[in-house]
Write a protein that binds this ligand. Sequence first.
Ligand code: LLP
Length: 487
Amino acid sequence: MPIEMTVATVAGAVAGDRSGGLQLDGFCYRDGRLVVEDVPVEEIADAVGTPVYIYSTAAVTRAFERMRRAFAPLNAQLHYAVKSSPNLHLCRLIRELGGRMDVVSIGELERAWLAGTPMADIVFAGVAKTEDEVRAALDGRFSPLAGRAEAFGREDLLTRGPVGLFNVESAAELERIAMLAEQVGVPARACLRVNPDVDARTHEYTTTGLEENKFGIYADQVPGLFDLYRDHPAVELAGLQVHIGSPVREVQPYVETVKVLLGLLDRLEAAGHRPSVLDLGGGWGVDYSEGESSTPEDYAAQIVPLLAERANNGLEILLEPGRSIIGNAGVLITRVQYLKQGRKKRFVICDAGMHTLIRPALYRAFHFLWPVRPPAQHLAPSRFERPDLPGLVECDVVGPICETGDFLARSRPLPEMGQGDLLAVFSAGAYGVSMASNYNDHGRPPEVLVDGAKATVIAERQHLADLLETERSPRTLTTPASEADRE
Ligand code: LLP
């Protein structure tokens, strides 16, 4: 069960007041220090230590509602991309807001289900679904949680039914799903993930819709597969899915993609198929710095007109947003351990690093950093990389990991920091904790969810004993022949 913490409440203030600067849903500077809704960050850090991820319920709620409102004319269903921030309690919150779930592994699928999502509301993507994963997605008897789901409050594992949709990435995967659906005796519903060969103009590691990427099925191969599986007894091909990359800050790549999909729908219908689902995937950008990304309204303004008629005629539209729901709803808080004045650079050495938040190291991603209690003349500005304030000091903000690539920011102007100070890493809600690792034997950080004046620990810091558990008891798999003879 999550543990509620008692923390002091700052009475009566609303996000943004007296901040004189940074305006983010759920986060502001109040009386000179960072608060999440009504809870001072310092009190959370004192209670659970650092590094720690903190999320705002209000920010999640507003971001979800904003996406929903923007795409309401298409009656789009929002399937939260669990990979972006998979905590059970965040999934539960999004579920309560009306979210469905998008998963890419059996682990994520079980989380989504434990968070209360009916199987029918889950779409299952991923390029390498194993036989075990497909079986478990079809029938709870094969779940890795068999015999253990009750501990998480679910008694209905055996009767939960199959996943709502498989998003299928290759002809070979479709063949496997068909074979297993027949074997298990549970029909599967699937969309084909289309590779539209559209450039999402994002980092090359997170571009997924180009021909050279491993994802999806080329558009010209899609009709043939629909023909092949027409009237198949175990698989129903319900429609098309696509995901071109993440984050996709511009609208144009989506527009090009939707046009490819519309052409395909026409072709399929002309061949007598009745596709009823169109899943546009995720990738919807958010601002890490001010004004850098298109907004939900920008995307919708160009996509809705392209699909409105088909949606009115019953085409079901799905979206798989992750970052746009949770990205700006979370901060990472780290404590400065040492300051080091090098000959060429000044280093701020923190207890968070690439093991806590890998995005800067992996993609050179920008995250705005600012002290939790900055000097009075350095109240948090907006999230610009180089704020126009006097007396900032250029620093490399680095972590404890034994790699030079272990940094949160490079050459970043910051207020003068002191040993023991807290530093906030903004926009860390998506792909923060979900990509954290145990590298150098660090436990994964705790997570705290704030709702008004209430702060709840929704994940404990991983204990060293848990890290060591899988190595505690070696077991012999093979016995050398010489020893076997002697026995
Ligand atoms: N649907 C599919 C099939 C996906 O592969 C993804 C993300 C999403 C939805 C959600 O995308 P979102 O709305 O969150 O952008 N680690 C990278 C991002 C990798 C995204 C992987 N797939 C990062 O930190 O930027």
